[in-house]
Design a binder for this molecule. Structure first.
Ligand SMILES: [Mn+2]
Length: 337
């Protein structure tokens, strides 16, 4: 990192076998149509579009032993794992275009394997309305897109749990969840027992995005690989209607932008999932366009070329003067520059 051009590889996984609603299988094309490749290229990345992986169709069957489409979810995740792992080995930054969120199992187990082999610490930032920490016993639906984090932490079907070659793929300690506002009742207890660090919407209400992201991104060191798993349902459905499982009360446009910009500021971003975009439920591809806009920020788009020292100096000058104005000691705002 920091040396020469970084290469982002777009990996499409057009499937919705892990979801409740059909349509997330069209997500990769919608992201491409919204200009994802060109947007990343504008931010100094070399972009390789690897096209779409292939896998089994959606058989639309009911759950068997607590899981829907277990075999199909495994097939897709095995392909995702292999593709992501291969790009990481080449030094590229994989961008998984989902597809439903069960694909996070393949993607993150590959990232975890890469980090284990390279001796890098891993931080997984999970931006989502849901905790995705269900098990077959806890899940009301059996849909595997509600279970990826539990699978990654060792709880789930053996073939998914073992996908990355070491079980569990990750420990709950490396996960930070942000934006959570819908957790099933049994899942709630399990998340607590496993000690997941969850920044739910209440914490964003009370602390603000800035403080929450400061906490979620604390203690990254110079080697840390930061993986962002961005479920588009993280966003408030008012601005992002194109998802299957909308939950009201999510981050606003500005809150989401700040979140992405703060992640970019760390300079540690190593891999990304963009999942659960459902064009069948979208309005004129508006959610895909928004997702691309936010991903641009994730890769460093900002309004200004920020010079932290100068910005802070001006801010302090302003705040000091504003305090003086309130105290009746001054009547004018500070001259800028
Ligand atoms: Mn999710």
């Amino acid at each position: 990192m920091g040396r020469g051009l970084r290469t982002a590889s777009l990996i499409g996984a057009p499937t919705d076998v892990g979801a409740s609603d059909r349509g997330a299988s069209m997500g990769p094309e919608a992201l491409r149509v919204a200009g994802l490749g060109a947007a990343l290229a504008r931010h100094g990345l070399k972009v390789i579009d690897r096209g779409n992986l292939s896998g089994p169709p959606n058989p639309s069957l009911p759950p068997v032993d607590g899981y829907r489409h277990r075999a199909e979810v495994f097939e897709w995740n095995r392909s995702v794992h292999d593709a992501v792992y291969q790009d990481l080995a080449l030094g590229n930054l994989p961008v998984l275009l989902g597809g439903d969120h069960s694909l996070g199992i393949g993607s993150i187990s590959a990232v975890a394997r890469h980090c284990r082999e390279a001796g890098l610490p891993l931080r997984v930032l999970w931006l989502d309305a849901h905790a995705d920490f269900n098990t077959s016993e806890l899940s009301p639906s059996g849909n595997l897109h509600g279970m990826p984090l539990a699978c990654l932490c060792g709880f789930g079907p053996s073939e998914l749990v073992q996908l990355g070659g070491s079980t569990p793929a990750i420990s709950p300690q490396c996960i930070r969840q942000v934006g959570i506002r819908s957790v099933d009742s049994g899942e709630k207890r399990f998340v607590h027992e496993q000690g997941l660090e969850v920044f739910d919407m209440r914490s964003i209400d009370e602390l603000g995005v800035r403080r929450v992201l400061d906490l979620a991104l604390a203690d990254l060191d110079a080697n840390t690989h930061l993986h962002v798993s961005f479920d588009v349902d993280f966003l408030d459905p008012e601005i992002a209607p194109g998802v299957g499982t909308t939950v009201p009360g999510g981050p606003s446009y500005r809150e989401a932008q700040l979140c992405m910009e703060m992640i970019a500021d760390t300079g540690r971003l190593g891999s990304v999932d963009i999942v659960e975009l459902n064009p069948a439920l979208d309005v004129r591809n508006k959610t895909a366009t928004l997702a691309v806009d936010l991903v641009e920020s994730l890769f460093g788009k900002s309004t200004l070329i920020r010079r932290p020292a100068v910005q802070h100096a001006l801010l302090h000058e302003f705040l000091a003067a504003a305090g003086a104005v309130r105290a009746g000691q001054a009547s004018v705002l500070p001259k800028s520059q």
